[in-house]
Design a protein around this ligand. Structure first.
Ligand code: NAD
Length: 499
């Protein structure tokens, strides 16, 4: 049955009126499974009007009542997790267990946001001066918007709207046009959980909707996650308009293997981190730096054997390790990068380009691919491939290995595999990357810490979720007060000094 997705504005499904649509695929089958309406500027504006109208009541509600809505939402998402995971797997291509993980990582942020009464308590100083008290409060910034990528259609929207709504903002989500089914369903569940109409709106669209978000003067904060060029575009546009903006971009995450690493464990960890979700994760570990030639030889031998056991299948096959990539165009892009690696002189140890799944020959599958002896000067190393392709570089020294992720244009995540506490500590201190794993291949911080990379992996100051998320969606107001005590003080012409 072909699906047709529209918008969710002011508490109800609103049919798209622009006349523009985008196809949705089932990547496992390689077939169109439906379409999604692409919003015009006017349609986006109508969602902003709904969010603005809902703001006074929602932001004025006491925080524990908002938290109750989030508690209800969490229970509803849990109760509907199987349905959500199926939609997610069918539209994205990741396997069901991974879709459940996508949902759970989003729910972790909702759980964090349920603690919002504690998180927005503010600060108070009694007696900051004679008869003077000072207090600071965190007030919601207002109407906020989120623009999200295709690869985590549950987790990343929840990173954003979970914290925004908890703090008292109202929200417009512009999800990826490739897999809008889950974000739309989440908005319905938020209403069911008790959020008033207009608190969470979903507007489907493309560049036109994104530009309308950047340019709308009633939107005070914009959170973006996607590829770096678009992140930079959104960052610049929003900053020029005086909006608060955080814009997370692409990645090239390195796994450094020191000679003393537990190689068997490292190979297991890296297999999952490189090939899970067909490598379509911003925290995928797509690059290995083997320190010492012996380490490189051992790794390549063990990883080649491991790849022979990987099971690529349709996204609903419980025995599949990973499924197809998201679109035919993305599959072609990955294959082009593999060819580029060959042309640049890297050693192609395992080639996944000709992989075909019996019975699903039209699906967007790419088999696991492994390159050895990749060089930092190669473009296939410098760019993000975002597919099931692992590139191995060899370095002689710790310093050389430290330099590679540190100098790379992206600085999202990095991992080091070693038994040496001293080496790991030094690496974590010195590496020029935002999130570091020590014998942990995908160091995505837990919800009550904050997520964010460095360099071209993130533009703007504030990270996602945790206290940085709370700060992003709130603004601090500081009140300095004195109450009449019957004595009139003379005019003060100098800057007041509290003594
Ligand atoms: P994308 O940049 O193509 O799309 C992201 C969003 O931007 C979507 O909502 C899309 O509709 C919109 N968009 C696309 N083209 C646009 C344009 N020309 N103008 C304005 N808006 C536009 O990214 P994607 O392919 O959906 O997602 C994959 C990328 O996201 C990868 O680069 C990945 O590393 C990155 N990512 C980063 C993080 C992180 O936290 N750093 C997390 C997940 C994904």
């Amino acid at each position: 049955m072909s699906k047709s997705y529209h918008h969710f504005i002011n508490g109800q499904v609103v049919q798209g009126k622009s006349g523009r649509h985008s196809d949705i695929f089932n990547p496992s089958l390689g077939e169109v499974s439906g379409n999604v309406a692409l919003a015009s500027t006017e349609e986006l504006n109508s969602a902003v009007a709904a969010a603005k109208a809902a703001l006074p009541e929602w932001s004025g509600m006491n925080p524990q009542r908002r938290a109750r809505v989030l508690f209800n939402f969490k229970s509803l998402v849990e109760a509907n997790a199987d349905e959500l995971a199926l939609i997610l797997s069918e539209e994205h291509g990741k396997v069901l267990a991974d879709s459940h993980g996508d949902i759970q990582r989003g729910l972790d942020v909702i759980e964090f946001a349920c603690g919002i009464p504690h998180l927005v308590k503010g600060e108070y100083t009694q007696g900051a001066g004679p008869g003077i008290d000072v207090y600071s409060m965190r007030q919601p910034i207002g109407v906020a918007a989120g623009i999200t990528p295709f690869n985590f259609p549950a987790m990343i929207p929840m990173w954003m709207f979970g914290v925004a709504i908890a703090t008292g903002c109202t929200f417009i989500l512009k999800p990826s046009e490739k897999d809008p089914g889950v974000p739309l369903r989440l908005a319905e569940l938020m209403m069911e959980a008790g959020a008033p109409a207009g608190v969470l709106n979903v507007v489907n669209g493309d560049k036109e909707a994104v530009d309308a978000i950047i340019n709308h003067e009633d939107i005070r904060a914009v959170s973006f996650v996607g590829s770096s060029d678009i992140a930079h575009y959104v960052y610049q546009g929003c900053a020029a308009q005086g909006k608060r903006v955080q814009a997370m971009g692409g990645a090239k995450n390195h796994g450094i293997i020191l000679p003393d690493a537990d190689m068997a464990q490292a190979v297991q960890d890296i297999t999952g981190a490189a090939y899970g979700s067909a490598g379509e994760r911003c925290m995928a570990l797509s690059t290995v730096v083997a320190v010492g030639d012996r380490t490189g030889d051992r790794f390549i031998e063990a990883m080649s054997a491991e790849l022979g056991k990987l099971n690529v299948g349709i996204s609903t096959d419980p025995s599949a390790d990973y499924g197809p990539v998201v679109t035919a165009a993305h599959k072609q892009r990955i294959k082009d990068y593999i060819q580029m690696g060959v042309d640049e002189g890297a050693e192609l140890v395992v080639d996944g380009r000709d992989f075909a799944l019996q019975g699903y020959e039209n699906g967007f599958y790419v088999g696991p691919t492994l390159f050895d002896r990749v060089k930092p000067t190669m473009r296939s190393y410098q760019d993000e491939i975002f597919g099931p392709v692992l590139q191995v570089l060899r370095e002689d020294t710790f310093e050389g290995a430290l330099e590679l992720p540190s100098k790379h244009q992206y600085g999202n995540g990095v991992a080091i595999f070693t038994r040496s506490g001293g080496a790991a500590r030094e690496f974590a201190q010195r590496v020029n990357v935002g999130m570091v794993g020590i014998n942990v291949p995908i160091p995505v911080p837990v919800a009550y810490h904050s997520f964010g990379g460095w360099k071209r992996s993130a533009f703007g100051d504030a990270n996602q979720h945790g206290m940085e998320g709370v700060r992003f969606y709130t603004q601090t107001k500081t009140v300095t007060q004195r109450w009449p005590d019957g004595e009139t003080q003379g005019a003060g012409f100098n800057i007041p000094v509290m003594e």
